[in-house]
Design a protein around this ligand. Sequence first.
Ligand code: PSV
Ligand code: MN
Ligand code: MN
Length: 424
Amino acid sequence: MNIEKFHLSDFNDARKQAHDRNFQHISEKVNNLSEVLEKLEEFQVAIPSWALGTGGTRFGRFSGGGEPRNLEEKITDIGLLHALNRSSGAVSLHIPWDIPENTASIKALAAQYDIRFDAVNSNTFQDQPGQEYSYKFGSLHHTDKGVRQQAVEHNIEVIKYGVELGSNALSLWLADGSCFPGQLNFRGAFKRTYESLQEIYAALPEDWKLYIEYKAFEPNFYSTTIGDWGQSLLFANKLGPKAQTLVDLGHHLPNANIEQIVALLLMEGKLAGFHFNDSKYGDDDLTVGSINPYQLFLIFNELVEGMDARGMHHASDLGWMIDASHNVKDPLEDLLQSVEAIKIAYAQALLVDTKALQAAQQNNDAVAAQEILQQAYRTDVRPLVAQARLNAGGVLDPIAFYRQHKVRENLVKERGLKTVATGL
Ligand code: PSV
Ligand code: MN
Ligand code: MN
C-alpha cells in the first residue's frame, strides 16, 4: 500500500487540536522540553526481518494473511512502519532466513524508505539443506572440529553479506548447550567456543562489532554455553574491544535485575545493545512493555544516566532491536506497539531528575529516590512521544492510522490470505 504525504497530514490535521491540548499540558511541566523532543525524534530501533510475519510456537502457527513473502516485501513493511512512527529506520537480517539475492537492489529499496542495515544475525541453531554437518549437538562449541569450522565459516559469510549491505555488526546467538548433567564438559565447551569466536573475531572488518547474545535456557535445558551475561562478558573481554555483550530482555532467569546488568556493562564499555521484548515466564518474546513496563523504564533510566556520563550517543554507540514474536496480534501493529513502548520508557527516563536522584542516593534516602523515579514513570509522556513523531514527519497515532487506512486488509488483497513469511 502506498502511503502518500497527504494521507499523513489529513490524519494529523483531524487530531491536531486534541493533541495540542495534551501536549500543552505536559510541556509546561518539562524543563528540558526541546532536548527531550530532539532525542525522541532521533531515536531509531531496528526491526528484525523475521518479525514481519506471524511467529507461532512449537505447538503450531496460525498465519495472519498478507504477510511478506520475500525480503523486498519485508523491507516494504518496515518502510510502512517507519513512515508512520519515524523510529523504525533500520532492519536486522537473519541469514540464511533472509539472504539478499541482489544486494544492490535491496540496498536501493531500503534507501527509498530511509532504512539502513543494522546488525546481521547468523544462524547455527538450525540445519540448512545441503549442509555437511549437523548442529544437533551444538555449533561453535561442538566436539567435532568439522562442525565448528562449518559454523565459523557461516559467520564469516554473514559478515560478508553485512559488509555489502553497509551493516557494521555481527550479532551472534548460540543454541549450544546441554540437556543433561554429564553430557558436556563445561570448560571444554567454553574453550572450544572461545577458539571458534577468535576466528570469527579475526574476520571482523575494522569498524565492526561482535554482539555476543546470552540466553539462560532453551533449546537446551540443562546448560547453555553462553548462558548469562558473565559468560558473554568473559568472551567479550578475552576477544577484545570489538566484542560486546548483547542483552535480550527475555533471556534471563525470572526476576533477574536486568537494569543492574545494563548499568555495569555500560560502565565497562561492554554493552553491545538490546533485543527488546517482554516476558512473564521465559523467553516469551511478547510485545515490549506489555508485561513489565516499569522494568523497561528502569533500564532506560540506567541508559540515560550512564550514556550521558560517558558521552555516548544512542545511534552510534549501541545496537537497538526488537526481538519479538507475534502469535495472536497483527505483526505490524505489534511492532508499532513495541516501538511506542520503547519510546515511552525513554521519554520517562529523560524526565528523571538525575541530580535530585543522586542527592537522594548520597543521603541514603530510599523514599526520596523512589518518589523521584516514580514521578517520572507516572508522567503520561504519550503527548511528548506523539509530538516528536509529528516533528519527524510521522503520524500522531500510528495504530489508529493503520486501522483507519485498512493497511492489513490491503496487504491481504495484494499478497493473499495464505502467505508464509520466511523465518521462524
Ligand atoms: C534466540 O532466542 C533469539 O533471541 C536470538 O536473538 C535469535 O537470533 C532470535 O531469537 C531469533 O530466533
Ligand atoms: Mn534475541
Ligand atoms: Mn530469544
